[in-house]
Design a protein around this ligand. Sequence first.
Ligand SMILES: Cc1cc2nc3c(=O)[nH]c(=O)nc-3n(C[C@H](O)[C@H](O)[C@H](O)COP(=O)(O)O)c2cc1C
Length: 202
Amino acid sequence: MLKILGLMGSPRPGGNTDILLDSLLLSAKEAGAAIEKVHLNALEMSPCIECGACNETGVCVITDDMAPLYGKIAAADWIILASPIFFYNITSRTQALIERSQACWAGKYLLKLGPYGGKKRKGVFLAVGATKGKMLFDGVLKTARYFFDAIDADFEGALLYRGIEAKGDVRKHPRALEEASGLGNAIAKGLDLSTITYLYHP
Ligand SMILES: Cc1cc2nc3c(=O)[nH]c(=O)nc-3n(C[C@H](O)[C@H](O)[C@H](O)COP(=O)(O)O)c2cc1C
């Protein structure tokens, strides 16, 4: 069964990112996928401390709640990374997760250990922001790209929504939830995402 792991990077449970991610995950579940959602803010997670230990082994030596997440990422066929925009960036907790994927990067590029967890996977990025600036997602798309590369996930696309601010406002967005649920369905059914026009294609 296809395994989809959703990484929820907003500190606001039930907020816009969470609602959007749920739409995707629940429709994927209805279409037959196994889903799991992790609220990153509920975890005790340090950023990377740059100790360099993973350069020798490909394994992070910090023993906190990130430890079991490595295994979940390794087992997943799809990673859905979801974050609101905070100061033109992803949230700090999402950034902590990404920094900790340095261990995967070291395994891949320094130690040449082969695909993370023994297989390749795919990745999708979801982001929401309050403002409408043209370049709102430029920085976070780069960050998402390099995260997915470190964990051996092909970056398949992104759903990016502007002008969404108050908790739950995403429900008033004309298309967002429909699109997220359409994407979840497409992922679970193994459809070709390159034909989905509402998806940002990296
Ligand atoms: C600390 C903080 C910083 C923010 N910075 C930005 C920003 O730089 N650009 C923007 O468009 N929205 C910004 N926002 C607004 C959020 O991205 C927006 O409210 C989003 O819908 C929150 O999603 P959530 O409900 O999933 O947490 C910021 C919000 C907070 C709390």
